[in-house]
Design a protein around this ligand. Structure first.
Ligand code: HEM
Ligand code: ISQ
Length: 147
């Protein structure tokens, strides 16, 4: 079955909630990533010299971009059934930073955990699956650009 209107609506409304507390959720997102993959810290220019995860405009901007791109992927999946990468340089950026396949799993798990935190008691299996499907479509497009 294709990506449904309801799935798109679930992603859109939780994306709006995410932006309501961008500083808090961004720190939560990075903290979860670094719990799962401590070595990833050195990969991010704005994290490598800090102790722990400190809130900063760059940290927020990057997190907002990642979540916003997954949200866009959901919109694309609903409209066309596929995800097309807008920015062709994303492949080479990630190769250059040393990103490998298992990192995509870590980022996915952290994204889903953050969404769970964002929506609280509005969490549902379908909401989580919607984010997961959109993320997987986007991750495939980035990996293709990396290959
Ligand atoms: C850079 C998006 C997966 C690590 C970037 C940039 C974007 C982006 C848009 C360009 C810099 C920016 O404007 O923020 C995404 C999306 C992903 C993804 C949408 C998944 C669907 C990953 C994974 C890793 C990773 C799995 C590894 C942990 C990085 C690093 C940079 C980067 C280290 C450079 C950040 C810096 O400026 O220091 N990513 N990314 N990304 N990405 Fe990703
Ligand atoms: C992946 N790519 C770019 C920015 C990011 C920020 C947080 C987590 C993962 C990311």
């Amino acid at each position: 079955m294709g990506f449904t209107e309801n799935q798109e609506a679930l992603v859109n409304s939780s994306w709006e909630s995410f932006k309501q507390n961008l500083p808090g959720y961004s720190v939560f997102f990075y903290t979860t990533i670094l719990e799962k993959a401590p070595a990833a810290k050195g990969m991010f220019s704005f994290l490598k010299d800090s102790t722990g995860v400190q809130d900063s405009p760059q940290l927020q901007a990057h997190a907002e971009k990642v979540f916003g791109m997954v949200r866009d992927a959901a919109v694309q999946l609903r409209a066309t059934g596929e995800v097309v990468l807008g920015d062709a340089t994303l492949g080479s950026i990630h190769i250059q930073k040393g990103v490998v396949d298992p990192h995509f799993v870590v980022v996915k798990e952290a994204l889903l955990k953050t969404i769970k935190e964002v929506v609280g008691d509005k969490w549902s299996e379908e909401l989580s699956t919607s984010w997961e499907v959109a993320y997987d479509g986007l991750a495939s497009a980035i990996k293709k650009a990396m290959s």
